[in-house]
Design a protein around this ligand. Sequence first.
Ligand SMILES: NC(=O)c1ccc[n+]([C@@H]2O[C@H](COP(=O)([O-])OP(=O)(O)OC[C@H]3O[C@@H](n4cnc5c(N)ncnc54)[C@H](O)[C@@H]3O)[C@@H](O)[C@H]2O)c1
Length: 299
Amino acid sequence: MSQETQRPVGIVGAGVMGAGIAQCVAQAGHPVVVVDPSREALDGARRRVADGLRLSRLLHGSRGGTAPAPGTDPAALIRWTTDYGDLDTAWFVVECGPERTDVKERIFEQLDKACPEDTVFATNTSAIPVDRLAARTRRPGQVLGMHFMNPAPLKDTVEVVRGPRTGEAALRQAERLLELTGKKGIHVSDGPGFVTNRVLMLTCNEAAQVVQEGTADARTVDRIFRDCFGHPMGPLETGDLIGWDVIVDTLHVLREHTGDPKFTPCDLLVGMVERGETGRKAGRGFFTHTAAGARGGAR
Ligand SMILES: NC(=O)c1ccc[n+]([C@@H]2O[C@H](COP(=O)([O-])OP(=O)(O)OC[C@H]3O[C@@H](n4cnc5c(N)ncnc54)[C@H](O)[C@@H]3O)[C@@H](O)[C@H]2O)c1
């Protein structure tokens, strides 16, 4: 067993994405340390991973990811902690904290202090330029973006972002993590929103604006994308899955880093987030959702 297979992968942030990525790594039989300052978030993530592993066993790994080996318990490979110091042996860390530039900058400063010199850091940011976060460390050559898709256990492709200072060795370590979790990477250069969210965030915002203006209701907007364009999901169902709080934060980041007012979130979205109607994780966004994932009435 190589040194890397004994050393854990660190995940910072135990929200929707952190839990999903932790599940992917543990399912591959590899140890994981998940850090979050919120005990409530850690408990929620533990439950989400347990549900995800049950689903994965039912699907026998047929929809992406590695199926847990029979008789093994991937959940036992995950250590849940509030202490960054527990990352002291991690060979690779995926940062999944909130989409706020100042919060992520502080996280990277903490990671730089807590982790060994050779640890590679990947940010799962939706839009913050990788080099902005790399600048908060003494190892900018060991920082890159790995933008996993949601739900991480079911999506086999990751947008890999190479910052202007990201080195070849860091990219090779990222490739190891992808191989381990049965995923492939598509490589892009650094910039606000990279490719995915430079385009998707505007689409989600405009779809909400169309509802706000009364041109069509949410169900009709999404039906246009499914029936006319053949998309598997419309932009409003996609936004419910991502979380409108994450989308509003990402639009602010895009506006901050491009200076372009086209990334201003529409009033309808801002109001929904203020009321806690953030989508699937809250049970209500443009659609209503049950714990089993069923979709109900639209706005
Ligand atoms: N939700 C998606 O579909 C999606 C997809 C791809 C990328 N992303 C990106 O992934 C990141 C996480 O998104 P999410 O949807 O999981 O968000 P989330 O709000 O579900 O989770 C964020 C977590 O970070 C924790 N946190 C707060 N401060 C922290 C700190 N200082 N150190 C460690 N953890 C801290 C919070 O307690 C919370 O558990 C964001 O950058 C987001 O833009 C989200």
